[in-house]
Ligand binder design. Structure first.
Ligand SMILES: N[C@@H](CCC(=O)N[C@@H](CS)C(=O)NCC(=O)O)C(=O)O
Length: 82
């Protein structure tokens, strides 16, 4: 299974929360840095991932998620698919 992707700087608290959940379920993941200084979070590419232009954003194959409220869903899905 391809590793899931988490978009955002790993030092961000909200990104770290996603990473903690992924560690908890033992999922393979890749952190894709988003350069805040370069306003990469407002770029057209990132707005596809998160229309609010915020981090974190989460990708599992074709599934794109944003918003911390989606975390339990995504982590449960990952747990069940292992
Ligand atoms: N409610 C959001 C919070 C995410 C958030 O506040 N991200 C901040 C950085 S930690 C952000 O992207 N700020 C940039 C902006 O709002 O333009 C979520 O659940 O994902």
């Amino acid at each position: 299974m391809a590793p899931v992707k988490v978009f955002g700087p790993a030092m961000s608290t909200n990104v770290a929360r996603v990473l903690v959940c992924l560690e908890e379920v033992g999922a393979e993941y890749e952190v894709v840095d988003i350069d805040f200084k370069a306003m990469e979070h407002k770029s057209p590419e990132h707005l596809v991932r998160n229309p609010f232009g915020q981090i974190p954003a989460f990708q599992d194959g074709d599934l794109l998620l944003f918003g911390m409220i989606n975390l339990p869903f995504s982590v449960t899905t990952l747990s069940l698919s292992k």
